[in-house]
Design a protein around this ligand. Structure first.
Ligand code: KG4
Ligand code: ZN
Length: 338
């Protein structure tokens, strides 16, 4: 079966074709990052309009790359939520209209299921069950993944997502949007332990996390450093602050990941979401052991860590393979922003 995957939950339009026999045949992505950078954040209305512009050309490009035609598509999988309402509606309208025109079934999917299953797309070594750490701009949670559609939430952030904390902290350090990746580059230049920020909820005894207090700690450090340096923030100090911030986030995520593995008795960790691209976090999670037992840690390739259509096409294909009935195309559909 050939599944068309559509992702439009935020500021990336992703389209892909996944064949249940031959694997991923094509994927195309358009990121709106440059468009939103001017405003310092995602402007929902602009996002929706841009998705509308991109959906058809990206699909045509995927079909061309795969040597396929619209008529070859067997099912359409799309992100139903969570995400920006208008952006989701653009993808959902397109998905349902296309399925209706082709008379093919549709699969409205949860965006996080796409992220959760994405490591299986490229890594044949990953087997159920595993612990998944979903760490993106919108979510930070641990899940026990027992199989397709069988997910147990183990713990999550009680306030900001880790990526959100990266982006907000980057903003208050004056870094251009979206600052998370830039902050992590500067952290590589910083001196370890020049600053130390709190590790919130490290000892909370559960798998929940909190990241919103960190940016306040950073703000206090920045104000103090500015006062000491005649109002400006020297680059070396900024880099040291980035390093200390990143260390705090990585410490919390690594400690909670170890706790999740201990609690579930599982020894496989799969990391998905944009923050999974962070080099220092990757190193920490790859070095995890539980007592003397090794942990196998898997990451999707960086291109599949952030939002993309391939993970949605794949999640749709996995659902079909596991006997989930796709719905016949109908006139009505809903999106689930939250
Ligand atoms: O999964 P994603 O593309 O989108 C969703 O949020 O669903 O994740 C984007 C997030 C942003 O907050 C971005 O700042 C963060 O991932 N991010 C990083 C890095 N690259 C992207 N955070 C830390 N270090 C990075 N290298
Ligand atoms: Zn995402």
């Amino acid at each position: 079966m050939l599944v068309l995957g559509i992702e439009s939950s935020c500021d990336e339009t992703g389209i892909a074709l996944y064949c249940t026999r031959r694997g991923l045949l094509a994927h195309a992505l358009h990121t709106q990052m440059a468009m939103h950078a001017e405003y310092g954040g995602v402007v929902p209305e602009l996002a929706s309009r841009d998705h509308i512009r991109r959906l058809v050309p990206l699909t045509q490009s995927c079909l061309k790359d795969a040597g396929a035609d619209f008529a070859d598509i067997d099912a359409v999988a799309y992100t139903q939520g969570p995400g920006l309402g208008g952006a989701l509606l653009a993808g959902a309208s397109y998905a349902n209209a296309l399925a209706f025109a082709l008379d093919k079934p549709v699969l409205p999917l949860h965006h996080l299921e796409g992220h959760l299953l994405s490591p299986l797309l490229t890594d044949e070594g990953v087997d159920f069950p595993f612990v998944a750490l979903l760490v993106s701009g919108g979510h930070t949670q641990f899940m026990a993944v027992h199989g397709v559609g069988d997910y147990v939430l183990l713990g999550e952030t009680v306030d900001d997502a880790a990526g959100e904390a990266f982006d907000k902290t980057a903003k208050l350090l004056g870094l251009p949007y979206p600052g998370g990746a830039k902050l992590s580059e500067l952290a590589e230049l910083g001196t370890p332990d020049a600053y130390r920020f709190p590790r919130p909820m490290l000892h909370s005894g559960d798998l929940n996390m909190s990241f919103s207090g960190l940016k306040t700690a950073v703000l206090t450090a920045v104000e103090k450093a500015r006062a000491e340096h005649g109002g400006s923030l020297p680059e070396s100090v900024r880099n040291d602050i980035c390093r200390a911030f990143q260390d705090a986030v990585a410490d919390v995520l690594a400690a909670k990941a170890a706790a999740a593995l201990r609690q579930t008795g599982l020894r496989t960790l799969v990391v998905a979401g944009g923050v999974g691209a962070n080099r220092q976090l990757r190193q920490r999670l790859c070095a995890l052991t539980i007592g003397k037992e090794a942990v196998q840690t898997f990451f999707p390739p960086p291109a599949l860590c952030t939002d993309n259509g391939a993970m949605m096409a794949f999640a749709g294909a996995m659902r079909l393979r596991h006997g989930v009935q796709a719905a016949a195309p109908a006139g009505a559909f809903t999106v689930r922003p939250r």
